[in-house]
Design a protein around this ligand. Structure first.
Ligand code: UDP
Ligand code: MG
Length: 333
């Protein structure tokens, strides 16, 4: 039976959250107006998460799961879930109950009204550190200015997507997946539901500051070529400054004015200035070239070691992943 709804949940070391998440979700699933499946993606957890997931799968036939052979990261886990979901509407949600499952009902309502993407937008961040809040605030605003697509601020991955949108995301070959950006890029009717982001139910946050920063960089680089243009601008600015310096030196020569700036100081400053401009530009170039390298290698996005309740779909997803009916080399047992 084809489910109407698929709920995709990436899970990395969430043993304390899984039972409560499942309890609240099953209440929501009762209230839904049609068949619903739950796809749990274990992102190589090292705690008891996988055995808890297996247990739930045994008891509830609506629950399916994929388990990665190692940790691949949040965005890839969500991607795998999207690859395997069959629902007409697919909901993506975190496992730590920061995204209240009850909001799904509101999302579904908006989907029924004809919106292809319904994303949850935070109105408050409860008990998150000041630094994280400030960082998130600035980042979303910078991204909006840089990217061609209109990415709504204060949205995460918590959303509902129509089958059409999911199919497009699945067809995107890129490895560097910044899902909330790609989701906005797709277009269609997009609308928001407002919610207050709860604190984590239990367990530690998986996104360290470093990981958040990497995700932010990925977002900018995957959506905008503008940083590359900074290099050009910096080049123009430093060339302009060099001109000014030449004029100053000529003026000093002609007016016989002795300046202590002539000589080492000037040279040292110019050297450092040019050196840093060049390194900065190299760095920006590197960000893009590194990602091109990732794309060109064209490795599979993830490796699966175990799959529960949707073995038939695995074949289809695999074919999609490698873009053709070529040989499938990695097969779970
Ligand atoms: N997660 C994952 N792989 C990772 C890190 C996190 O699948 O490498 C999952 C995690 O289990 C949770 C979700 O992604 O369900 C969001 O993680 P977290 O709560 O740490 O992020 P934040 O709430 O700070 O965005
Ligand atoms: Mg969280």
């Amino acid at each position: 039976m084809q489910p109407t709804y698929s709920i995709v949940i990436p899970i990395y070391n969430e043993q304390e959250n899984i039972p409560e998440m499942y309890r609240r979700l099953s209440l929501v699933m009762e209230d839904l107006d049609a068949e619903c499946e739950l796809i749990l993606v274990d992102d190589g957890s090292r705690d008891r998460s996988l055995s808890l997931i297996r247990e739930i799968h045994r008891q509830d036939s609506r629950v399916r799961y994929i388990s990665f052979a190692r940790n691949f990261g949040h965005q890839i886990a969500v991607t795998a879930g999207l690859n395997h979901a069959l629902g007409q509407a697919v909901i993506v949600m975190d496992a730590d109950l920061q995204d209240p499952p009850e909001l799904i009902l509101t999302m579904v309502e908006k989907w029924r009204q004809g919106n292809e993407v319904v994303y949850a937008q935070r109105i408050a961040r409860k008990r998150e550190g000041f630094l994280k809040k400030a960082f998130a605030y600035t980042f979303y605003r910078v991204l909006r200015r840089l990217a061609d697509v209109d990415i709504p601020s204060d949205t995460g991955d918590f959303c509902l997507m129509d089958r059409r949108v999911v199919d497009i995301l699945n067809a995107m070959p890129e490895r560097n997946r910044y899902i909330r950006g790609l989701r906005a890029w797709v277009g269609f009717n997009q609308t928001s539901v407002l919610f207050e982001r709860d604190p984590r139910y239990a367990g530690k946050e998986k996104y360290t500051f470093g990981k958040s920063l990497a995700l932010a960089l990925n977002g900018i680089v995957s959506l905008s070529p503008i940083p590359l243009r900074f290099a050009t601008y910096l080049g123009i600015i430093s060339a302009g400054m060099a001109m000014v310096m030449i004029l100053i030196v000529i003026y000093w020569r002609l007016s016989n004015m002795a300046s202590s700036l002539i000589g080492y100081t000037l040279i040292t400053i110019a050297l450092f200035f040019l050196g840093s401009v060049q390194l900065l530009c190299l760095g920006i170039l590197g960000e893009y070239i590194g990602r091109m390298y990732e794309e060109i290698k064209a490795r599979p996005l993830y490796t699966i070691k175990e799959i529960g309740g949707m073995e038939q779909r695995y074949q289809a997803a695999e074919v999609r992943k490698y873009g053709g009916e070529g040989e499938i080399s990695i097969r779970p047992h």
